[in-house]
Design a protein. Structure first.
Length: 274
């Protein structure tokens, strides 16, 4: 999800319920960060894209900084999935602590970083690595990694490309965070409220209960709600991309939504996914 798409989603989902606003913003954040990891691979020539999300780490001291690697693309194993990274450790932890991009041509031979994650990096056969914090003023919304399976210096072109993606994602994340912090808008007198537009196709159609999803529709929906792409879902479930698309369209039709973000939000609100 790009910055403009995120803004459009939040505008469409605007609500007077502050809890719903926070959940909608969280969905947008997950979609933006998942898309960022994938675009680092598809648009910047990286072999693996990772995004760390700032979170309190178990057992950490109060006030200490850390993140968890929550989004990834191009990985062959799962040793870098959901990995906690305290500030200062590894390349990403260093970027988080220093609030600045950092890179090494050979991660495993680098002398400027700690080597707490060498086993996971070696399992992915990664060498060159670039990390860029997603900075909005003094707030860090995450750290994006661009990694290569070769030893090579990072050139200005690739660093600039990753930086531009990071900046676009940061704008979307900052907007989502600001939007979720807004309190409920004052309720207008009923006489002043605009009448909602009702699509002509729905003017005479009675409201009907949502048909239950099939097992496969529910499985596909559950993976889509995590931000996975159709090819990723297809690989996970052993289906073709066209089949996954068909299940998603069917679920969207049953739930009366127009896009994947609305689908994920409605599914979570209705308890279809946790």
């Amino acid at each position: 999800m790009t910055g403009p798409e995120a803004a459009d989603t939040l505008t469409a989902a605007r609500t007077d319920d502050p809890e719903l606003a926070v959940r909608a913003a969280e969905l947008v954040r997950d979609a933006v960060l998942g898309d960022l990891a994938r675009r680092v691979v598809t648009e910047c020539g990286a072999d693996v894209g990772l995004v760390g999300v700032p979170e309190p780490l178990p057992g950490s001291r109060p006030g200490s900084e850390g993140m968890v690697l929550r989004h990834w693309a191009g990985t062959r194993a799962d040793l870098l999935h959901d990995v906690p990274v305290p500030a200062g450790l590894g390349l990403g932890g260093r970027a988080l602590a220093e609030r600045a991009p950092t890179w090494v041509p050979d991660y495993r031979a680098a002398t400027t970083i700690s080597h707490h994650y060498d086993a996971a990096v070696a399992a992915e056969d990664l060498y060159a690595m670039l990390t860029v914090p997603l900075m909005d003023g003094g707030t860090v919304h995450g750290v994006v990694y661009a990694s290569l399976r070769t030893v090579v210096p990072f050139g200005d072109v690739r660093i600039s490309a990753v930086g531009k993606l990071a900046a676009a994602a940061t704008r979307a994340l900052a907007g989502a965070a600001a939007w979720s912090r807004e309190g409920p808008r004052p309720e207008r007198p009923r006489s002043e409220r605009p009448r909602p537009e009702v699509p002509r196709s729905q003017m005479s159609r009675p409201t009907a209960p949502v048909p239950p999803l099939t097992r496969r529709e529910h499985e596909v929906l559950r993976w889509a709600a995590t931000g996975r792409t159709n090819p990723e879902i297809a690989a996970q479930l052993g289906l073709t991309c066209n089949t996954v698309t068909g299940y998603l369209k069917s679920a969207m039709h049953k739930l009366g939504v127009r896009n994947r973000t609305e689908l994920a939000l409605t599914a979570k609100e209705s308890g279809l996914v946790s």
